[in-house]
Design a protein around this ligand. Structure first.
Ligand code: G3P
Ligand code: CA
Length: 263
């Protein structure tokens, strides 16, 4: 490919703050989302899990172990119990170079709290995680999207589960969907796969690791958006933009912002 910076295409790349600015602050906390905004992320990425009492919370893993001081499955915790957990101290221990005493004792946010804090006109990129263990999570997600009047022009809902996206699509065809994909070797996508995805989704989100220019070009030329995850270094960001991606997930929205500014 040519030089991305001979063109203007780097300027409108979607900058998605992955779990917030999660390279700088504990993932899926209000502080992390806020830093994503301040660092010029366009979208706040939110992974969803569901509590025993049916509340959607922002957390990546099915278990609380990695990102809190608790143990066990989210589905076995009530929201009140989740709220007892410390969702920040682990980060200070794991990343001393980014540690901040303010992170100690941060709480796990609910999706409602995120919508209340960041508002209906913010840009949310929401993932239904483990939908097979949380029947009804799509319906509850839509209920909250409608309750908080979230702007559906910009809203994106993503999942690795085509079934979960099909449920979303049936419940509300106006919600824009992105099919996540995970490749363990050189990424290849067939015409049939593209056609099937286009039935319900406007884009794909593959892991960036095994992407190649041919794959990116094929997806884009078929009219799909492509937002690779999770890209944390500037040289790789530039290469992906050069190949034609239309956005990307990053733990460092500040770095992608610099790349978009040509720095
Ligand atoms: O949603 C994009 C990317 O976050 C998918 O992988 O495991 O980080 O949710 P994961
Ligand atoms: Ca995710």
């Amino acid at each position: 490919g040519g030089n991305a910076f001979a063109t203007e295409k780097h300027k409108d790349i979607l900058n998605v703050s992955h779990r917030g600015a999660s390279g700088h602050a504990p993932e899926h906390t209000l502080i992390s989302y806020d830093m994503g905004e301040k660092m010029h992320g366009d979208y706040i990425e939110i992974d969803l899990q569901m509590t025993k009492d049916g509340q959607l919370i922002a957390m990546h893993d099915e278990k609380v172990d990695r990102t809190t001081d608790g143990t066990g499955f989210v589905k076995d915790y009530t929201l009140a119990e989740i709220k007892q957990l410390d969702a920040g101290s682990w980060f200070n221990e794991k990343y001393p170079q980014y540690a901040d005493p303010d992170y100690a004792g941060l709480k796990v946010p609910t999706l409602e709290e995120v919508f209340k804090k960041f508002g209906k006109n913010n840009e949310y990129y929401i993932e239904t995680k483990s939908p097979e263990i949380y029947p009804g999570m799509e319906k509850e997600l839509l209920r909250l999207i409608d309750k908080y009047d979230i702007d559906k022009e910009t809203l994106l809902v993503q999942s690795f589960s085509p079934q979960s996206l099909e449920i979303m699509h049936k419940l509300d065809p106006s919600v824009k969907l992105v099919q996540l994909l995970s490749y363990k070797t050189k990424a290849v996508i067939t015409d049939e796969e593209i056609a099937a995805i286009k039935e319900y989704a406007m884009g794909v989100g593959p892991n960036h690791t095994y992407l190649n220019e041919e794959y990116v070009q094929k997806v884009v030329n078929n009219g799909l958006e492509i937002h690779p995850y999770t890209v944390n270094d500037k040289e790789r960001m530039k290469q992906l933009i050069d190949w034609g991606v239309t956005g990307m997930f990053t733990n460092f929205p500040d770095l992608l912002h610099e790349v978009k500014k040509g720095r």
